[in-house]
Structure formats: C-alpha cells, structure tokens
Design a protein around this ligand. Sequence first.
Ligand code: ADE
Length: 419
Amino acid sequence: VSTIADPSLAAAGAARIAWADAQMPVLRSLRARLAAERPLDGLAVAACLHVTAETANLVRALRAGGASVALCAANPLSTQDDAAAALVAEGAEVHAVRGEDSGAYAHHVATLVGARPQITLDDGADLLTVAHAAGMAGTLLAGTEETTTGLLRIRGLAAEGRLACPVVAVNEAWTERLFNDRYGTGQSALDGILRATNLLLAGRTVVVLGYGVTGQGIAQRARGAGARVVVCEVDPVRALEACMEGFEVLPALRAAELGEVFVTVTGSAGVLGAEHLERMRDGAVLANAGHFDVEIDLDALREAATGGVREVLPLVEEYLLADGRRLNLLASGRVVNLAAGQGHPPAAMDLSFALHVLVVEHLARHGAGLAPAVHPVPEAIDREVARLKLASLGVAIDVPTAEQLAYLERFRAVGWPVA
Ligand code: ADE
C-alpha cells in the first residue's frame, strides 16, 4: 500500500506527467523499446528520488520494461503530490507526502529498504545508506546515484571498506553533468527563487557560492538576466575559471556585504554562517540549491533573529535581526529549485532518466558480475543517450573516416588520451 497526500489529485498529476512526457523524447523511445523487449521482467526496483512529473515518467519506463517500482521522496519538500497520486492510480507504489516530517521521511525510506529491492536508485544516497546501516546492502544487485552529495557519502563507505554492493555513478556521466547540473539546476534554481519572490534580477548583485557545474549554470543564467554576479569558491582552479569567465570572485565574507541574493551550491556545510549574516544587507535573500539543507547555517540564522521569524510569503521566511535588518530565507534552506519551483525541466531530466533506464537495464544483465565499488556509467551508454537526444532534435553529426580512426589509434596505442 502507498502513502500519499490525496488520491483525488491523480487527474491533475496525469496531465502534468503527459506534458513532461512530450518533452522527454529519449525516455519515451526507451519506454517503447523496453515495453517490447521486457528486459526488466521481475526486477524489484526501489527509487528514492524527487517525486515529480519527470520521475513519474522514469517510473513508467521501468515498469514498461517489466520492473516493479517502489518510490519514496529524496527530500521532504520536493514531492509533487499530484504526480504521486497519478503514479499510484497507475499501480506503482509511492510513499511520499509533500512537507512530511523527518520521521515520516525516514520511515518511507526504511519501508522501501525493508522490501528487499534488487536495485536502488538514489538521489542523495539515503536508500543505500539505510540499507548499509541495516546490514541489508549485501543482497542488493546494485545501486545508482544521481547526485554529487550522494556519491560523496557512498565513496565514504567505500573508503571505510564498508561498501557492500556495486554502485553506478550516474551523476558523473557526461550527459548528466552537462544537462542536469548546468542547464537543469542553472535554470530551475533561479526559477524557484523568482517564483518565491518575484525579484527583478537585472541590476541586482547575486552571489553564487560554489562554482562546480551547477554553480556555473546558475552564475551564467543570473548574468544572462542582467545581474551582477559574484562567485565564491574554495578550489583555485574553479575560482580561476570563474575569473576567466568574467565573474567577480571574492571571499564569502566580502561578498556577504555586497549580495542582494545569495545562492549556496557547494555540497558542503555552514557556507553562510553567523559571521556572514552579520555583514549582510537589509532585505537580502538567502537560497540553497545544494542537496542538503546544511549550506546555510540555520541555527546561526535562528540565533541572530532576536526580533523573531515570520512567514512573509509562502516559502519566504523573514528573520528579523537585533539591529533591524531583515534576512529572507527561501524554502527553509532546502533545494530551492524543487521546493519553490518544479525542479529541472523535463527536457533536462530526459537525459538523466534515460541514463538511469539504460543503467538499470545494464545492471539487470551484468550487475551480478560487478565488484562492490563505485563504477562509472559505461561510455557506450553515455554516447547512446547523446545519440538518441541528437536524433530527437533532428541534428546529424559526422562520422570519422577509416583513415581518421587509424590516425587517432596510433596515439591511443602509445597511451595518449584521445577522445
Ligand atoms: N532533480 C532536479 N529536478 C528534478 C525533477 N524535475 N525530477 C526529479 N528529480 C529532479
């Protein structure tokens, strides 16, 4: 049995899932092939992903291939209750309610693990972490991971010699990084901020903390909307890249004085703490686009707010500081693109979830032979996803000649890294 907010939302959910489906041509083509070939017949899949219309289309594709799928949320605030209701109406098992408390959230994750799935799909590694804590990971065929944060957790397990099953790093495939992180989060994080606040970005100072692929996407899009963008970064190579892209690069303490909108996307914790809050301007907006709600120090914010906290708009909390300054926190510091927006657009998730489908198919066939370690997505799968996407766009590309292949092969033979 499923746990969802309201089954009567199923029709609204089905309409949004269909809208998303129209923009997910790669996933659609895979669903058609899987329905014909049924390579996943009898496979038990547990997915801890953001419960959205896009994820619903992933679940549909896996079920079309013969898998049974149980889904729970990867964040208490990201669930689209209508998408969850539509999936349940179609016969999938879903345990997710938007706004569920941490106890219910953990219970849903544990429910999926307790059903002893063969394959886990994670966005943040909660299923795998719980499976390991419960001593149940050894019986898993394999898992996949969708985020940088989740891979950090899984590599932590591996470093301690405790990783008990193979995990495929979907997050590190090219077709994932480029689309999901740069274009998907880049657009949807700003979308979430704008939906919550209706701010004009033109002429405003936007501080992006973290210049990984995701931060790059946010910074570029904020600049495109006319903002003055300041980047804060601890990695010298990335900081240099931001300089070369023409962004102003500053230490966070200095940026704190200038910013009107702050977006954390570092994957780390305590990036905006008490010393930054002290320096911020009245009315500053604070948003987080990283996986966990730890990048903005919420305890420090609560302590600083001696004047109280009030909800001034849905998903906008105003913290009143002793000196009269007001700081506005969006979506309780949780992933702003999903909590205040609709998450990555379907066209971005199309690639990400096509990768998931092909990786699950690969694991169903070859998972038993994989060592308990973190594995890259096979290159052939990455290329296949890009090829299918290009085909859906009607874009043709050149094929190297036999002479060109032979030419490049000479370099490969002496160990030169040739693409
Ligand atoms: N992660 C970011 N955006 C998402 C979406 N639309 N669906 C599922 N997971 C996501």
